[in-house]
Design a protein around this ligand. Structure first.
Ligand code: NCD
Length: 336
């Protein structure tokens, strides 16, 4: 077991995550994965602490995954859904957060359609001098750190289930395909994958992958080693050639403000991942998708269900162990 002390109070972005932090999460998630395989899948780690899931935007897997993760750690959980809350009566986000604070919440897990909301709540908590930790569960197009970490865990534990660690991805080729422009999952994955030493290839039509995307992320500085590991393509084939892993992304129609694609059928023909297109990849290639999936658009329905290639169910399972690790770190402030 690692003995590193965890210093991060809020988890808002992966942009500044260190190798030690990635590895602490991966190793601790592996030990929680073992707990989850036992008959009694619960540990007393966060007994007496309150975890509030403040989801201002719809979610199936992330919200349920955080809830079950908190429960497996014996925390008390509060679930908030904007549509049935006092926000419909005009209450502000910060006032909602302060209401949960007044009820003794220790950790706030926050999802919002606008980038920066978890950061704003974290700043307010710090300003108030309270010890509440904030975990970003997806903010607009900005970031989705727990998804990035669970994707990393899924891949690393496939390579070495006993000792998943970020170094295992050094030199691997990973393609991220689809609506990169609107994807917070892509942004978080880009940070963790380039930190791992993998080669990251982004592929999308130009309307979903602006030419200056890497520059805009801040990874194009020629002195920055990271910029040499990020490639962008407006065609699928160069990204897929010899790829070890392919991450597909949903078309985020709710975030599109203009007609960015001629048709879904054409998009599928050009960028949809199918068994036939995977022939370009490494023979052992695996496919990931954060869900929810538009079957037959970004990925063919049969490929999604094919256990030889698809890691989609394993991502969902990994999500619980990874979120237990994150709640554990910010809830108890130290690695076990
Ligand atoms: C993603 C999200 O909400 O950012 N889903 C998820 O959390 N599993 C991706 C998406 O909505 O397409």
């Amino acid at each position: 077991m690692p003995t590193t002390t965890w210093n991060r109070h809020h988890i808002l972005t992966l942009a500044d995550f260190t190798t030690a932090e990635y590895n602490a999460v991966l190793q601790t998630a592996a030990s929680f994965q073992e707990v989850l395989s036992r008959r009694t899948k619960k540990v007393p780690t966060l007994q007496g602490q309150v975890v509030a899931n403040l989801f201002f935007e719809p979610s199936t897997r992330t919200r349920s995954s955080f809830e079950i993760a908190a429960k497996r750690l014996s925390a008390d959980t509060l679930n908030f859904a904007a549509a049935t809350s006092s926000m419909t009566k005009g209450e502000t986000i910060l006032d909602t957060a302060k209401t949960y604070l007044a009820m003794g919440t220790d950790i706030m897990v926050i999802r919002h359609k606008d980038a920066g909301v978890p950061q704003a709540i974290a700043q307010e908590m710090d300003r108030l001098g309270v010890k509440v930790s904030v975990l970003n569960a997806g903010d607009g197009q900005h970031e989705h750190p727990s998804q990035g970490l669970l994707d990393l865990f899924t891949i690393c534990s496939l390579i070495d289930p006993a000792q998943p660690r970020i170094e295992l991805l050094q030199g691997k080729k990973i393609a991220i395909v689809g609506d990169i422009l609107h994807s917070r999952v892509a942004r978080s994955n880009i940070w963790s994958l380039i930190a791992s030493g993998a080669e990251v290839h982004l592929a999308a039509p130009p309307t979903l992958l602006p030419k200056f995307f890497a520059e805009y992320l801040g990874v194009t500085d020629p002195k920055n080693l990271k910029s040499q590991r990020l490639f962008t393509h407006w065609q699928l084939e160069p990204a897929l050639e010899n790829a070890d892993f392919v991450m597909t992304l949903r078309l985020q129609k709710e975030r599109m403000t203009a007609h960015l694609l001629p048709s879904l059928r054409e998009y599928h023909q050009l960028f949809g991942i199918t068994r036939a297109k995977l022939k370009l990849c490494s023979p052992k290639v695996k496919v990931l998708h954060p869900g929810p999936v538009n079957r037959g658009v970004e990925i063919s329905s049969d490929l999604m269900d094919d256990p030889e290639f698809s890691l989609i169910q394993s991502q969902v399972t990994s999500g619980v162990a990874v979120r237990m690790a994150l709640l554990y770190f910010i809830g108890s402030g130290r690695v076990n």
